[in-house]
Design a protein around this ligand. Structure first.
Ligand code: CP
Ligand code: NVA
Length: 315
């Protein structure tokens, strides 16, 4: 738990991993995002963020997270400052703690995309403004909230009754799904090749609090059997380019294609946080096929980010 996730803390609330939120807070954020989506479609203005500034400190590439957070803030009447970390003095060795304290004097909220989780933890520790994790090597906590919002839109609110499968790498997005399964009480079956299982500690902590099974296995056919929701992600995450060839070989049996998907329920939905690599973790046929909800999923990032910004800045 980070400093500000302690209810006794008077500091800002940060969102660094899914475990920073209670079950009630997760559901409330998703409901808020669903309401904001309906409002957005109505075309009526909603500008609670006038005068507020959101900073985005990014050390890795991003299309969806960056643009959806920026759009969310701009649509709510606020402003944004995008900061590739290499362009800051941070890139020339200024300490994180100094950067965080200075940015806190200029901004109202900060989204960080970086490598190690310890980097975003350190920034949060020294920030007087809410810090939101926009992806680290270990977690992608905003992504999974908009993913679950998409599941609720397509399958209704009873996520606890659904069978959710994760096929592929036990990576950052998988870790956030594991924590969400634990917090929200739904079952999750992950199929990952040996050597690419989720982090043991993250899994153990999530299983310790879970009320439904969170299981990791090698067989994708078993994990996907009768699934209502099928999730996958790239085989080579940002920062792992040197391992690309080895990973591409290890993951071949884990492609979500029509043959594998035939084992899921007939009305299963397929999620992918994108960017997708057609012919690797997902076939073209499945990505573009009737089970795929990936474009709704991508859109929902923006609505969910509006809800997070509202929550974080107390708007
Ligand atoms: N899904 C996601 O986080 O996409 P980007 O890397 O484009 O932000
Ligand atoms: N696991 C991927 C997710 C990209 C949104 C990565 O970290 O590159």
């Amino acid at each position: 738990m980070n400093r500000s996730a302690d209810p006794k803390s008077t500091g800002p609330r940060h969102y660094l991993t899914v475990f920073d939120l209670s079950c009630e807070e997760i559901l409330s954020l998703i409901n808020s995002a669903l309401r904001l989506k309906r409002h957005c479609k109505s075309g009526l203005p909603y500008r609670p963020a006038i005068g507020k500034v959101l900073g985005l400190l990014f050390e890795k590439a991003s299309t969806r997270t960056r643009v959806s957070f920026e759009s969310a803030m701009l649509q709510m009447g606020g402003s944004t400052v995008f900061m590739p970390s290499k362009d800051l003095q941070l890139g020339r060795g200024e300490p994180l703690r100094d950067t965080a304290r200075v940015l806190s004097r200029y901004l109202d909220c900060l989204v960080v995309r970086t490598f190690g989780q310890e980097i975003v933890n350190e920034i949060a520790r020294w920030s007087d403004i809410p810090v939101i994790n926009g992806l680290t090597d270990q977690h992608h906590p905003c992504q999974v909230l908009s993913d679950i919002m998409t599941v609720i839109e397509h399958k209704g609110e009873g996520i606890k009754a659904l069978k959710v499968a994760w096929i592929g790498d036990g990576n950052n997005v998988a870790h956030s799904w594991i924590q969400a399964a634990s917090r929200l009480g739904f079952g999750l079956s992950l199929a990952c090749p040996e050597g690419y299982w989720p982090d043991r500690e993250i899994l153990k902590d999530a299983q310790a609090e879970a009320t439904a099974p969170i299981r990791v296995m090698a067989d994708p056919g078993e994990a996907i059997r009768d699934a209502d929701v099928v999730n996958t992600d790239v085989w080579v995450s940002m920062g792992q380019d040197k391992e690309a060839r080895k990973r591409q070989e290890a993951f071949v049996p884990y492609q979500v294609n029509a043959e594998l998907l035939a084992r899921a329920k007939a009305d299963a939905i397929v999620l992918h946080c994108l960017p997708a690599h057609r012919g690797e973790e997902i076939s073209e046929e499945v990505l573009e096929g009737p089970h795929s909800v990936v474009w709704d999923q991508a859109e929902n990032k923006m609505h969910l980010h509006r809800a997070i910004l509202k929550w974080a800045m107390g708007l």
